[in-house]
Design a protein around this ligand. Structure first.
Ligand code: FES
Ligand SMILES: [Fe+2]
Length: 370
């Protein structure tokens, strides 16, 4: 099958078109709820050149707003932090509640006059974006008309239930000081997703990983809005005598099963019996992408001091694996400047999941792939 042509990786216009046609209609992960755990916590985010803001309200609900003041359009919050009761614009001090209502407009009618006739503050609250917390992940629907989030996530939940059980997700705990990996790659966001969708490159790019998780033990799985790998050879504790706590419901006979789906368009997940990682692909520009990863262990017990070395080893392992991918993703972006390449070929066995993703994107941007 033919692949998406170069200009979908090198064009600024295509980048913005994808924001409208690929991301906006979907449920898209933009960040992590644990970055704003308490009332008054604010976390500004840039998503595809668009300023967004996560705010935890007094009712403990996490909301996502367009991070822009309704007066003259100054960005409202530029740094992560905690505010007391309100969000104050740095330009003329219009102030919004944590729930996004415009509360105060100081001096708007002249010095000391904070109200004016014919200006109803109720009509000038922050624009809220539909959002959902799923485990620690914050998903948004920018267009506001996607089907219910539950519908979107149900196939993944059904797939994972036999492994992590009914209580699985409630047991996730950030892996304390070893929970975060941040990498930037000078490439289009799709290449980061595509690289995740295949195990074909394991022997060449990840020789260490391939020794105990060889290519032959991987299988491709396709769903409607996701695709990825199954591995049949995950090794708890990387073959050492100890390992982190496992999901209590995970059948012992399936400890070697691991699931590596990409939830389209931008959420890459890795579920193993003793941990979950989530890599959120944040497109910055058409040729720059942030890979923001969190690692989660299982249950309170996993946070014990005794497991510090294992949490650290797990973090080191994934940091090395993800870093190994940066070079090849960068190399694919560089290749897309060549007139000697325009998408290449997606082979029927090894590139099956990538082909599925290309069809998924192509359908949304209105391109026919032969
Ligand atoms: S731009 Fe925000 S108060 Fe004027
Ligand atoms: Fe890889």
């Amino acid at each position: 099958m033919k692949a998406l042509p170069n200009h979908f990786y090198t064009g600024r216009e295509e980048f913005l078109e994808e924001r409208e046609r690929v991301f906006a209609p979907m449920w898209t992960c933009i960040g992590f709820a644990s970055d704003a755990p308490n009332a008054g916590d604010v976390q500004p985010l840039e998503f595809m050149k668009m300023p967004l803001l996560m705010v935890r309200g007094n009712d403990q609900t996490l909301r996502v707003f367009h991070n822009v003041c309704r007066h003259r359009g100054h960005v409202l919050v530029s740094e992560r932090g905690t505010v007391k009761q309100s969000l104050r614009c740095p330009y003329h001090s219009w102030t919004y509640t944590l729930e996004g209502k415009l509360a105060r407009t100081p001096n708007v009618g002249g010095v000391g006059v904070n109200d004016i006739a014919d200006f109803d503050r109720a009509g000038f609250g922050l624009f809220e974006v539909s959002s959902v917390e799923w485990n620690d992940l914050v998903f948004v629907n920018l267009s506001g008309d996607a089907p219910a989030f539950e519908e979107f996530i149900a196939p993944l939940e059904q797939r994972w239930e036999p492994f992590w059980g009914a209580e699985g997700s409630s047991l996730l705990r950030l892996a304390q000081s070893h929970s975060s990996i941040r990498l930037e790659v000078p490439a289009n966001w799709k290449l980061a997703v595509e690289n995740y969708l295949e195990a074909y490159h394991l022997p060449t790019v990840h020789p260490a990983l391939n020794r105990f998780s060889p290519l032959a033990d991987h299988e491709i799985h396709l769903g409607e809005d996701f695709a990825g790998q199954l591995s049949h050879c995950y090794t708890l504790g990387a073959g050492t005598a100890r390992h982190l706590p496992v999901f209590p419901a995970w059948p012992e006979a399936l400890y070697e099963e691991a699931q590596y789906p990409a939830l389209f368009p931008n959420t890459l997940l890795g579920l193993q019996a003793d941990h979950l990682f989530v890599m959120v692909i944040i497109p910055l520009t058409h040729n720059r992408t942030l890979e923001e990863t969190r690692l989660y262990c299982v249950g309170d017990e996993s946070g014990a001091e005794d497991f510090e070395d294992l949490r650290q080893a797990q973090h080191r392992f994934w940091t090395e694996v993800f870093a190994e991918d940066i070079g090849v993703v960068t190399g694919m972006q560089a290749g897309r400047a060549s007139p000697g390449f325009d998408g290449g070929v997606l082979t029927p066995v090894m590139d099956k999941a990538t082909a599925h993703f290309h069809q998924w994107v192509a359908k949304r941007v209105g391109v026919a792939l032969g």
